[in-house]
Design a binder for this molecule. Sequence first.
Ligand SMILES: Nc1ncnc2c1ncn2[C@@H]1O[C@H](COP(=O)(O)OP(=O)(O)O)[C@@H](O)[C@H]1O
Ligand SMILES: [Mg+2]
Length: 272
Amino acid sequence: MTQKDPHKRLLAICGKGGSGKTVLAALLTKLFLQTSGIRLLVIDADPTMSLPGTLGVSVQKTVSDVRERIIREARTAGDREKHHLARSLDYMLLEALVETDRFSLLVMGRPDSLGCYCPVNELLREGIGTLAQHFDVTLIDGEAGVEQISRQVIRSVDTPIIVSDISVRGLQTAALIRKVIESHKIIKYRKMGLVLNRVRGSESALDEYVKQTGLELFGCIPEDETITRFDMQARPLLGIPETAAALNAVQSILARIDPRYEKGQSPISGTV
Ligand SMILES: Nc1ncnc2c1ncn2[C@@H]1O[C@H](COP(=O)(O)OP(=O)(O)O)[C@@H](O)[C@H]1O
Ligand SMILES: [Mg+2]
């Protein structure tokens, strides 16, 4: 996908549980939606499935539901029917796709309750990869830790974004994720970087921590009481005010990842 269209973006957010992946995914979604004409696919790849609520979208069916159906049917089907099932996978995937008037959302759900069934996972990966080609931007809210990276929801992620809070464990996880991505050559990325979340006080004091991860710093998101308030009131983060410090920080991070998203510019329509 990356090679086919250099303007398309496939961003995957990963990091320790609770580090702020879903918050970052929601704020990035809000910013992408401010870019007119953009076709946006958001994928919730975390089994906790908290992104739909954070975006204010309700979801009836997940990709796991689709997967289980295929596995069940494949176990009882003959060879010819199996072929047919593989071909109908794209339709089944579309069943799990939630289309709002502004973006599309795919929720992966809980993995493999019927056991590992690699051919199906492989088909799904291909199906999701094909689906993503119909969008200008695909944004994945990843699972905690490193597991998912090896499971590869999609193969060609061009921008892995590793989120960490300022705890030692968060940064160790970030460094580990970097190593996994680099050493296994699983993801053919263009640009990989670190986002530090819930930062209080001076950002320069964190330089030493960042160095230890070996990652480029995409930017820092401050601890923001607006997020706390929205969270407590179960309000979708797409409604967060433009003035929120966290949103402005994510705007700078996005511009760092892709300068075409510099604030005040509207370069995307027609060029993405
Ligand atoms: N910058 C921030 N300021 C305040 N609260 C935050 C911030 N980032 C995340 N949180 C809160 O931290 C918790 C975990 O964030 P979340 O995005 O769900 O983490 P993850 O998806 O990595 O598990 C949530 O309750 C969220 O509201
Ligand atoms: Mg999450």
